[in-house]
Design a protein around this ligand. Structure first.
Ligand code: SF4
Length: 133
Protein backbone atom coordinates (compact mmCIF):
# COMPACT_ATOMS: atom_id res chain seq x y z
CA UNK A 1 0.00 0.00 0.00
CA UNK A 2 1.19 3.52 -0.75
CA UNK A 3 0.45 6.21 1.82
CA UNK A 4 1.22 9.88 1.62
CA UNK A 5 3.36 10.83 4.61
CA UNK A 6 0.87 12.87 6.61
CA UNK A 7 -1.75 10.12 6.37
CA UNK A 8 0.22 8.03 8.86
CA UNK A 9 -0.89 10.62 11.44
CA UNK A 10 -4.47 10.83 10.10
CA UNK A 11 -4.77 7.05 10.50
CA UNK A 12 -3.90 7.31 14.21
CA UNK A 13 -6.59 9.91 14.88
CA UNK A 14 -9.28 8.45 12.64
CA UNK A 15 -12.61 8.09 14.47
CA UNK A 16 -14.89 7.25 11.54
CA UNK A 17 -15.35 10.85 10.39
CA UNK A 18 -14.49 12.15 6.94
CA UNK A 19 -15.56 14.09 3.89
CA UNK A 20 -18.34 11.75 2.74
CA UNK A 21 -19.55 8.13 2.95
CA UNK A 22 -17.37 6.95 0.09
CA UNK A 23 -14.34 8.40 1.86
CA UNK A 24 -15.15 6.90 5.28
CA UNK A 25 -15.99 3.44 3.84
CA UNK A 26 -12.57 3.35 2.21
CA UNK A 27 -10.80 4.78 5.24
CA UNK A 28 -12.56 2.22 7.51
CA UNK A 29 -11.15 -0.61 5.38
CA UNK A 30 -7.62 0.80 5.24
CA UNK A 31 -7.42 1.48 8.98
CA UNK A 32 -8.92 -1.92 9.83
CA UNK A 33 -6.48 -3.66 7.50
CA UNK A 34 -3.40 -1.92 8.94
CA UNK A 35 -4.43 -2.44 12.56
CA UNK A 36 -5.10 -6.14 12.04
CA UNK A 37 -2.03 -6.70 9.80
CA UNK A 38 0.85 -4.79 11.42
CA UNK A 39 3.36 -6.43 9.05
CA UNK A 40 1.64 -4.84 6.03
CA UNK A 41 4.06 -3.09 3.70
CA UNK A 42 3.60 0.67 3.43
CA UNK A 43 5.50 2.86 0.96
CA UNK A 44 5.68 6.52 1.94
CA UNK A 45 4.90 9.01 -0.82
CA UNK A 46 3.93 12.69 -1.09
CA UNK A 47 1.22 12.41 -3.72
CA UNK A 48 -2.23 10.90 -4.30
CA UNK A 49 -2.60 7.60 -2.40
CA UNK A 50 -5.21 4.95 -1.61
CA UNK A 51 -6.93 7.32 0.85
CA UNK A 52 -7.03 10.25 -1.60
CA UNK A 53 -8.40 7.99 -4.32
CA UNK A 54 -11.86 7.97 -2.64
CA UNK A 55 -11.76 11.57 -1.44
CA UNK A 56 -14.04 14.23 -2.98
CA UNK A 57 -11.10 16.67 -2.81
CA UNK A 58 -9.06 14.67 -5.32
CA UNK A 59 -8.93 16.22 -8.78
CA UNK A 60 -8.55 13.82 -11.75
CA UNK A 61 -6.93 11.31 -9.39
CA UNK A 62 -3.71 13.31 -9.80
CA UNK A 63 -3.74 15.96 -7.10
CA UNK A 64 -5.55 17.36 -4.09
CA UNK A 65 -7.68 20.49 -4.19
CA UNK A 66 -5.50 21.82 -1.35
CA UNK A 67 -2.28 20.61 -2.93
CA UNK A 68 0.11 23.18 -1.41
CA UNK A 69 -1.23 22.63 2.08
CA UNK A 70 -1.08 18.82 2.00
CA UNK A 71 2.36 18.78 0.34
CA UNK A 72 3.61 20.91 3.24
CA UNK A 73 2.07 18.46 5.70
CA UNK A 74 3.82 15.57 3.93
CA UNK A 75 7.16 17.36 3.87
CA UNK A 76 6.93 18.26 7.56
CA UNK A 77 6.15 14.65 8.51
CA UNK A 78 9.07 13.38 6.41
CA UNK A 79 11.53 15.91 7.85
CA UNK A 80 10.42 16.10 11.47
CA UNK A 81 9.91 12.34 11.92
CA UNK A 82 12.95 11.30 9.89
CA UNK A 83 10.97 9.19 7.40
CA UNK A 84 12.26 8.51 3.89
CA UNK A 85 10.10 9.30 0.90
CA UNK A 86 9.62 6.27 -1.40
CA UNK A 87 10.92 3.86 1.24
CA UNK A 88 8.80 0.82 2.14
CA UNK A 89 8.24 0.14 5.84
CA UNK A 90 6.04 -2.31 7.70
CA UNK A 91 3.14 -0.67 9.48
CA UNK A 92 4.58 -1.59 12.86
CA UNK A 93 7.92 0.04 11.85
CA UNK A 94 5.91 3.20 11.26
CA UNK A 95 4.30 2.95 14.69
CA UNK A 96 7.79 2.57 16.21
CA UNK A 97 8.96 5.67 14.32
CA UNK A 98 5.98 7.63 15.61
CA UNK A 99 6.63 6.50 19.19
CA UNK A 100 10.32 7.40 18.94
CA UNK A 101 10.36 10.55 16.83
CA UNK A 102 7.03 12.26 17.42
CA UNK A 103 6.34 14.63 20.32
CA UNK A 104 3.30 16.74 21.08
CA UNK A 105 5.32 19.81 20.06
CA UNK A 106 6.08 18.25 16.63
CA UNK A 107 2.44 17.14 16.30
CA UNK A 108 1.31 20.74 16.91
CA UNK A 109 3.82 22.05 14.38
CA UNK A 110 2.76 19.53 11.72
CA UNK A 111 -0.99 19.45 12.20
CA UNK A 112 -2.22 22.74 13.67
CA UNK A 113 -3.34 24.06 10.26
CA UNK A 114 -5.42 20.96 9.52
CA UNK A 115 -9.20 21.35 9.62
CA UNK A 116 -9.53 18.27 11.84
CA UNK A 117 -7.04 19.50 14.46
CA UNK A 118 -9.57 21.45 16.52
CA UNK A 119 -11.67 18.34 17.27
CA UNK A 120 -8.87 16.89 19.40
CA UNK A 121 -9.22 13.24 18.20
CA UNK A 122 -5.74 13.17 16.76
CA UNK A 123 -4.05 14.67 19.80
CA UNK A 124 -5.83 12.17 22.10
CA UNK A 125 -4.84 9.21 19.91
CA UNK A 126 -1.23 10.32 19.53
CA UNK A 127 -0.92 11.08 23.25
CA UNK A 128 -1.95 7.47 23.92
CA UNK A 129 0.57 6.18 21.38
CA UNK A 130 3.29 8.32 22.98
CA UNK A 131 2.09 7.26 26.45
CA UNK A 132 1.48 10.87 27.50
CA UNK A 133 -1.44 11.10 29.94
S1 SF4 B 1 -7.25 14.40 -1.61
FE1 SF4 B 1 -6.41 15.93 -0.20
S2 SF4 B 1 -8.01 16.18 1.39
FE2 SF4 B 1 -8.41 14.27 0.29
S3 SF4 B 1 -7.39 12.66 1.48
FE3 SF4 B 1 -5.95 13.30 -0.13
S4 SF4 B 1 -4.70 14.88 0.84
FE4 SF4 B 1 -6.51 14.62 2.13
Amino acid sequence: MKLRAHHILCIQGYMGNGYDKNFTNNMDQIVKHLKSNPKSKVTIIDSIDCICSKCPNTINNTHCQTQDKVKTLDLNVINLLNIQKNKTYTYDDILDILSTNLSIDKFNRICSNCQWFEYGYCKDALSKLLKIT
